[in-house]
Design a protein around this ligand. Structure first.
Ligand code: 3NM
Ligand code: MG
Length: 516
């Protein structure tokens, strides 16, 4: 029978996780709930006790037709009649283990780098435990926290090898992130076969119910995919530009709520932009409020411009609420590279949720991607360019491909990508860079457009951006405008004027205006 790795339970006997529960009972309940494979992992017991526990666990797993794997110890696997072993990088080699074990024994191994994974596959591993995905209290001595991006890179490399191998992700996986893990870690030609969990099931009050929920959750794509099917890469730029006015009209009709966890410097201006554009803004920093707000079909914008020690926890609560509902979330990593705290914050946010759109200037997006050689960021302003046009376009595409989302790099030329295609947008006006908040408002506008126009995320962001930048061009062209001070009110007027036209069904405002 083929190895079913879809829900892989790894046991833990420590007081912090197992507590006063009975390991046999927990494993039996988990089997009833549908785990497909069990690993007995016990780093402290003596050999005699290991064999005794493993033998008893095997009596249970056999009854459910679930293979039992023993962590580290080939001798314990043989003595207990278990179906296989799971080796760490410091344990006996795969080749050595295979010499001792019966020929149909399952041999799995942990891998956290491409080199380890490729080597293991070449040595004939049956499956790889790939991690550590997310920092987890269950195992604090992990070598590498690799995130979904790291898993994807490993899957991509082993998909090129001429050998089939099973794969499970491990580390910090739970019911609320499992769908995103499976979705975002998938490489072009290889996705994870399953997930391995310890605490999510071993520490659960009702392991059977949790295992059942895992089975259901794993079988369903995440809500952010269900509510917004990925549009095909088809559609040339002329067709996209032509579709913009209708998208704007739809958004105006929908009057979406946009919940911005935005920095205090620009909150007032951004709220005014949103109102002028016919949106319904709410500026709330309180993560627990998101649950109630997320049900209205609006979007969330995380703008970390005035980060505090309390912000991250609030952001994560809000992101979770919106992700669960499948409502769009935008990340604006303001000043992402400016301080160690912001660099960490970006990592924590990326590990903690799905962002339908990541929007930032070139340096911020480089920081998010991890392309940080010679990257400096002094403050939150964008600074001179560090990349040429092709490099910027490539960066947008690579990040969008890695995260399976939309990426917008703003600047004199904006680069928008969905991981397949990249378009460069030359609209806008220099005066936009002379006042604060004009960049942040793009996050809020595009968030609202994503909420109101779900057919095509790429087009939604393009429409929001073009509406905004054409309004800026209109404002700058007025004879009353002589600098940033006179520009800002005129800009709000022009955004409002486009709103008015769109709500009256006038689609001509954008004709011939897109510079893409
Ligand atoms: N191995 P939880 S992480 C046992 O990265 C183990 O190889 C890891 O526990 C690895 O599901 C891990 O409770 C612990 O986060 C995973
Ligand atoms: Mg080990």
């Amino acid at each position: 029978m083929a190895l079913d790795l879809s829900l892989y339970l790894v046991t833990d006997s420590t007081p912090a996780i197992l507590g006063s529960r009975d390991i046999y009972k927990v494993v039996e309940e988990a089997c009833k709930g549908g785990v497909t494979i069990v690993q007995y992992r016990d780093k402290t017991s003596d050999t005699g006790a290991l064999v005794e526990t493993a033998t008893k666990l095997h009596d249970i797993t056999k009854r459910y037709n679930v293979p039992l794997i023993i962590n580290d110890r080939v001798d314990v696997a043989i003595a207990s009649g278990a179906e296989g072993v799971h080796l760490g990088q410091d344990d006996m080699s795969i080749t050595a283990a295979k010499k001792i074990l019966s020929k149909d024994a399952i041999v799995g191994i942990s891998a956290s780098t491409v080199e380890e994974a490729v080597k293991a596959v070449e040595e004939g591993a049956d499956y790889l435990g790939i991690g550590t995905l997310f920092a987890t209290p269950t195992k604090t001595n992990t070598k590498n926290i690799i995130g979904t991006a790291g898993v994807k890179t490993i899957l991509d490399s082993i998909s090129r090898l001429n050998r089939t191998v099973g794969t499970v992700g491990i580390g910090g996986i739970n019911l609320s992130n499992v769908q995103r893990v499976l979705y975002q870690s998938a490489a072009e030609n290889k996705a994870l076969d399953g997930v391995a969990v310890v605490s999510a099931i071993m520490a659960a009050d009702d392991p059977k119910a949790v295992a059942e929920q895992f089975k259901k959750t794993i079988a369903t794509p995440p809500a952010f995919v269900r509510s917004s099917p990925e549009a095909s890469a088809a559609g040339d730029v002329t067709a996209l530009a032509a579709a913009v006015p209708e998208v704007v009209q739809k958004v105006v009709k929908f009057h979406p709520i946009v919940h911005s966890m935005i920095n205090f410097v620009v909150a007032n201006f951004v709220a005014n932009v949103a109102i002028s554009a016919g949106l319904s803004p709410i500026m709330s920093q309180y993560g627990d409020e998101a649950k109630d707000l997320a049900v209205h079909g609006g979007s969330l914008v995380i703008n970390m411009g005035t980060l505090t020690s309390a912000s991250i926890g609030e952001y994560l609560k809000a992101v979770k609420a919106y992700n669960t509902n499948g409502n769009p979330v935008v990340l604006d990593p303001v000043g992402a590279g400016a301080t160690a705290i912001r660099r960490d914050a970006v990592k924590t946010l990326m590990a903690g949720g799905y962002f339908d759109l990541i929007k930032g200037n070139e340096r911020e997006i480089r920081q998010v991607y991890g392309n940080t050689a010679n990257l400096t960021q002094r403050g939150v302003d964008s600074g001179p360019s560090t990349l040429n046009d092709v490099e910027k376009a490539t960066l947008a595409r690579d990040l969008a491909r890695r995260e399976r989302n939309i990426v917008l790099i703003t600047g004199t030329i904006d680069y928008l990508s969905d991981g397949q295609r990249v378009i460069a947008i030359k609209n806008g006006h220099e005066l936009l860079s002379k006042a604060t908040g004009t960049g942040c408002a793009i996050g809020t506008i595009c968030g609202a457009y994503l909420a109101a126009y779900r057919d095509n995320k790429f087009l939604a962001v393009l429409a929001g951006l073009l509406m905004y930048e054409i309004a800026a061009e209109n404002a700058a062209a007025k004879d009353t405008v002589s600098g940033p001070g006179t520009f800002l009110p005129a800009f709000l007027d022009e955004i409002h004027s486009i709103w008015q036209k769109a709500s009256e069904g006038d689609l001509t405002w954008a004709q011939g205006r897109a510079k893409i």
